[in-house]
Design a protein around this ligand. Structure first.
Ligand code: MF3
Ligand code: CO
Length: 252
């Protein structure tokens, strides 16, 4: 069953979403050559605490950090550590926050310094795939319209869509129903309704789409070690349109 959220619940998730949006912007400013991924995690913990929110990832199924930082061939769930970011890296940062028990989850992929043309195209295609998916997250469409739009964009650009990880409903838990694959036929699955809140998150590879998890039990990398990118937003489906809860807005 997909739980429908009230206006009040969505307002709390919007607060959590704005913490995540501000955090990702903050971390993008810090991710320069020579910085370790662990330093980004430390900055994230301080930032989230300063916003009177809680880190959603820390301790989730034993996950040891507040954010995931996945560099180049790492797709998702990279554990912050001693790896130093260097010029030309494609760095995916995934973060979640909790406000009064309500979750928001978002990810972005940044290019550090000068990207290769391939890395640039991958970043752009993944960002656009998320936008296309969100474009289908409207009342009256069906769940797999999101999946299909993402896959169409990714494959039209000549890239691969990861199958082993999916987007998800979100609310009083980080992962709620439904699962949201980034591939599939159009016009299938549940009808989208006002009050549904979804975390849509395409994970895209420059080569083959298969991934494997490293011995640390978390870090997912492309099997062929090709580059990967990841963008995610938490969106609320409203009668009046789609509210991107994790989109950075003005402070007013
Ligand atoms: N955004 C990811 C997800 O939706 C991150 C969670 S994994 C964690 O599943 F363990 F780091 F929390
Ligand atoms: Co997510």
């Amino acid at each position: 069953m997909i739980e429908l959220k009230t206006e009040r619940e969505i307002a709390l998730m919007r607060r959590a979403g704005q913490v995540v949006a501000g955090l990702l912007e903050h971390l993008c400013g810090l991710a320069r050559p020579g910085v370790t991924t662990k330093a980004l995690d430390e900055a994230a913990r301080l930032y989230i605490r300063s916003q009177e929110a809680l880190p959603a990832f820390l301790g989730y199924r034993g996950y040891p950090a507040a954010i995931c930082v996945s560099v180049n061939e790492e797709v998702v769930h990279g554990i912050p550590g001693e790896r130093r970011i260097k010029d030309g890296d494609l760095v995916s940062i995934d973060a979640g926050a909790v406000v009064e028990g309500y979750y928001a989850d978002a990810a972005t992929t940044i290019g550090v310094g000068t990207l290769t043309p391939l890395a640039q195209r991958l970043q752009d295609a993944t960002r656009q795939a998320l936008a296309d998916g969100i474009g289908q997250a409207v009342v009256g469409r069906r769940l797999s319209d999101i999946s299909h739009a993402v896959q169409q964009r990714v494959e039209r650009e000549g890239f691969g869509v990861v199958r082993d990880f999916v987007g998800h409903g979100i609310g009083r838990a980080m992962h709620e129903e439904p699962a949201i694959p980034n591939f599939g036929p159009p016009n299938a699955g549940p009808r989208l309704r006002p009050g549904m809140v979804l975390a849509i998150e395409p994970m895209v590879t420059a080569g083959r789409h298969e991934v494997e998890v490293l011995a640390d039990g978390w870090t997912a990398v492309t099997k062929d070690r090709s580059l990967a990118a990841h963008f995610e937003h938490t969106v609320a489906i409203m009668e009046t349109g789609t509210d991107i809860l994790t989109r950075r807005r003005g402070d007013a």
